[in-house]
Design a protein around this ligand. Structure first.
Ligand SMILES: [Zn+2]
Length: 324
């Protein structure tokens, strides 16, 4: 039996019709629409010689036992961000299902190794701002104390939202049991950038996962009247932030795969007639190489020290700058 990729595309369209609207996929984790997607997926398993269960963190496991207990894991996530794409995460899961079907037939229900499809719970973190929730529990890096009290926009606690879906956050550590016998993990994912398309390539393997330096930076200047304060008497917090925003472009371009982004800038008092006294910004830097990443953050800090910035204090992920 050959793989039937057309069936996968049809199923992706089915899922889109069931759990999306004109703005895109609406399968935000721990919502009814997400549960509906999972129920739909469970229905697709009928007739396959597989075992199906949800682990203590809500990860969704489908296991085709093989002659060896050693397991190949194929992963994805059915959850989406609000207005998400129709392929992100679900392509992985449904392609994995198609592979499972094919292997089950080819080996008469008993492949040489065990094959497991996993749909990670809350990979996106769209509702509570904590991505990789289920996969972290699996990896043994859950942050239960910090996560249980997170709230969504309506004030619902994460702990309560999970409980509604039958998941107890205190039992997260039990999800590490699923690591047993796992020897390899693969995942097919839609490319989230423009690189392959530009190269006219349909498929590629990833080189790794980029590490991230992510910081909230507050630039402190002095609020002043925009009409009566001469240019040489100003301490403009936005000017300091703007300087950094340009500087990080130069910093990133020194490395082939590095990226640096200032995605959010808020000014205070934020009115047309005042020099900006305080500016809150975010910095996000990424690279595959740990040393490159560390170097880029050092350079960004130096850029903050130099020029208009006189003082910088760095605590955890908070950076404080004084505009000179
Ligand atoms: Zn994804």
């Amino acid at each position: 039996m050959a793989l039937d990729p057309k069936r996968t595309v049809e199923e992706l369209k089915e899922l889109r019709a069931l759990t999306g609207d004109e703005n895109g996929a609406q399968r935000v984790a721990w919502t009814d629409t997400w549960l509906k997607a999972r129920e739909w997926f469970a229905g697709k398993l009928a007739g396959l010689p597989v075992e199906h269960h949800y682990d203590a963190a809500g990860n969704n496991w489908v296991t085709l036992p093989g002659k060896s207990e050693k397991a190949l894991l194929i992963g994805g996530h059915l959850d989406s961000v609000p207005n998400g794409g129709w392929l992100d995460g679900s392509l992985n899961v449904l392609a994995a299902l198609e592979i499972l079907r094919r292997i089950a037939v080819e080996f008469g229900g008993k492949p040489p190794v065990t094959v497991r499809v996993v749909d990670w719970a809350d990979e996106e973190g769209a509702r509570f701002g904590r991505s990789l929730l289920g996969s972290s529990a699996f990896a043994g890096t859950a942050s239960i104390a910090a996560d249980r009290v997170r709230t969504d926009r309506d004030g619902t606690k994460m702990e309560e939202a999970l409980r509604r879906c039958g998941v107890e956050i205190d039992r997260f550590p039990e999800a590490t049991r699923e690591q047993k016998s796992a020897v390899a993990y693969i995942e097919l994912h839609i490319e989230q950038g423009p690189v392959l398309e530009r190269m006219n390539l349909p498929l590629a393997t990833v080189l790794g996962t980029k590490g991230v330096e992510r910081h909230a930076i507050t630039f402190h200047g002095q609020e002043a009247h925009s009409g009566s304060t001469p240019m040489n008497a100003r301490r403009d917090a936005l000017a300091a932030a703007a300087k950094l925003a340009l500087e990080i472009r130069t910093i990133a371009r020194k490395h082939p795969d590095a990226v640096c982004t200032m995605g959010s800038v808020k000014t205070f008092p934020g009115i047309v007639t005042a020099v900006v006294g305080r500016c809150e910004a975010t910095l996000d830097q990424r690279d595959l190489d740990h040393a490159v990443l560390g170097g880029m953050f050092r350079e960004a800090r130096e850029a903050m020290y130099g020029g208009v910035v006189a003082h910088l204090e760095h605590r955890a992920d908070r950076v404080r700058c004084e505009a000179a």
